[in-house]
Ligand binder design. Sequence first.
Ligand code: F6P
Length: 365
Amino acid sequence: MPLSQRSTLTQFLIEERRRFPDASGDFNALILDVALACKAIARSVAFGALGNVLGNHGGGDSVNVQGETQKKLDVISNEMFLRANEWGGHLAGMASEEMDGPYNIPRQFPRGKYLLVFDPLDGSSNIDVNVSVGSVFSILRAPQAVIDSGRDVTAEDFLQPGAQQMAAGYALYGPTTMMVLTVGTGVHGFTLDPNLGEFKLTHHNIQVPPDTQEFAINASNSRFWEAPVKRYVDECLAGRSGPRGKDFNMRWIASMVAEAHRILMRGGVFLYPRDTKDATKPGRLRLLYEANPIAMVMEQAGGRASTGRAPVLGVQPTGLHQRIGLVFGSRHEVERIERYHAEPVAVKDDTPLFAERSLFRDCVA
Ligand code: F6P
């Protein structure tokens, strides 16, 4: 289709809004502010070493609330999200991976009815090696008491199950910059046209294939996996001669956004499950600004997202930076993994994963 015939993100949002005559336009304006932040981040990422944006923030001494070293681009991207979204009057508050507590809208700006939660730059370990990174965001409605009073937000205001998200999505800074968005009516992908500086609708109503032969997991953690995950991966590795009767392929980019995008485009399953590595961390990824938005995107695209035991979108959050086990992607595969968690299984140490000739034999402690 010639570029001129494609709708821009703005046109798409206006057309969506026509179906809701009472909508004020705040929601659309908020999404466009998020898109602006993503465009600004895309420019910084694209300049890389030329823009003096690579490396660690503060000479490597700066850590975020998760105890992770902050990259310069983590901090820059966080600022871009704050500046693009604080002024418009649509938000009651924001929360980010890079900030300990909620961000209150400065008093010189009007306050609105939405909450924005984001990971400004996901997959930071890939920034310095020029591999795709992304931003993930989730939009919630602020509690009515916050809207009515205009009071400062607290962490508790954000602790809403993912099923209550009004919109969610991500921007992927890869060979092209894309924004993938759901406002609860399917999932649509927009590619940044560098000539116009506009996101244009290129992927309408994306559907995740229900079946797959591709899985993504950080296999270096295999000795910490719980039995159902070991069983699942063993069966994939056993390939055609195993219980699945087909060969599987494996991918691991270590950028969840890039992984989610691959799965949206061609199917697959991603696992960062709960494991026994660190008893204080019930999973690696964060519920509010990683698992929930990706779960909404997956479910809206006909895929599935689970903790392994239950749908992610039903989980009642207990903390702003809470971690959780996450499995998402092709529906039948995620359902199989949930089944394995529900069934008691005996896993022996001579399963293929740990067998003498296994790929991962040396990982056994
Ligand atoms: O912080 C999240 C993240 O960078 C994800 O984007 C990615 O999937 C994961 O961590 C990578 O984890 P690991 O370094 O254990 O492979």
